[in-house]
Design a protein around this ligand. Structure first.
Ligand code: ATP
Length: 258
């Protein structure tokens, strides 16, 4: 593995993606460093989900290159490297299988991917549930019996079931109250530190961007128009980035002037 592959978990270069006559991503380039939490912001309908889904191979690209952990995704991830072990995904909608308990949900990728005993699957699943802060009393509850915050945690436990190096989170705190959202942010930060995870997070949550993200990337006009720590994004001259971070709703990001 070369030095750049050591440095970057994901490299996207000159990516073009579109549907019919619509170009959504227009020669977009983005590097995600290993072990960082990168937040992606952009206007609604601007292509954040399309970018995430293209990286994980759900949407075909029309041009450009994507490498994940040093491997070109078009050539596959290499012998013995399964996609599920490379990344875990927490989708915004439909996070869990409603007919399976929390524990069964986390066991699902283990059962599908690994040839291990039921007992070991149980042990791994409960360890992951503990890791994300789900109490034993809740392991055998069905999704309908869990709160929104608990559902997100179980979905995260499932995304982490196979010990991936990267997790993709699509608006992980949407629908959570500020306390639950703050707790979830803290959990992501802890997992980054303890597991060395790389986190690619699409979010509109200004508090998450400010508190947990090492860097923030702004997507506008099909490209990454600004990237860096929040403090740098706050200084960006790009009109959309200025409007996003200096609008009425982002007042909380700025120190109060007396
Ligand atoms: N499978 C698809 N077929 C056709 N068009 C699509 C498809 N997926 C996305 N699009 C279009 O691509 C554009 C970008 O959509 P995308 O879902 O990536 O936006 P987004 O930035 O994630 O928005 P939001 O913040 O509202 O979730 C939209 O115009 C959308 O209609």
């Amino acid at each position: 593995m070369d030095a750049l592959a050591d440095l970057y978990a994901i490299r996207v270069a000159d990516l073009v993606v579109g549907f019919g006559h619509q170009t959504v991503l227009d020669h977009l380039s983005l590097d995600v460093r290993r072990g960082e939490i990168l937040g992606l912001v952009g206007a609604s309908g601007g292509g954040k989900s399309v970018l995430m889904r293209t990286i994980i191979g759900l949407i075909p690209k029309q041009g450009g290159h994507i490498t994940v952990m040093g491997r070109d995704t078009e050539r596959g991830l290499g012998r013995g490297t399964s996609v599920a072990a490379t990344w875990g995904i927490l989708f915004q909608q439909g996070a869990l299988f409603s007919s399976l308990t929390a524990r069964q949900n986390v066991k699902f990728p283990l059962r599908e991917t690994l040839d291990i005993s039921e007992k070991l699957q149980d042990e791994i699943a409960t360890a992951k549930l503990e890791m994300v802060g789900i109490a034993a009393d809740d392991w055998d509850k069905f999704p309908a019996q869990l709160s929104g915050g608990m559902t997100k945690r179980v979905a995260l436990a499932r995304a982490l079931a196979l010990d991936p190096g990267i997790v993709f989170l699509d608006e992980p705190t949407s629908g959570l109250d500020p306390i639950a959202a703050g707790d979830f942010d803290q959990l992501i930060k802890t997992l980054q530190t303890t597991l060395g995870l790389t986190v690619f997070m699409v979010t509109h949550d200004l508090a998450s961007l400010n508190v947990v993200c090492d860097r923030v990337a702004a997507l506008a006009d099909g490209k990454i128009v600004a990237i860096g720590p929040m403090a740098d994004l706050m200084q960006s001259e790009h009109p959309w980035v200025r409007a996003y971070f200096h609008g009425k709703r982002s007042e909380m990001l700025r120190p109060k002037q007396d």
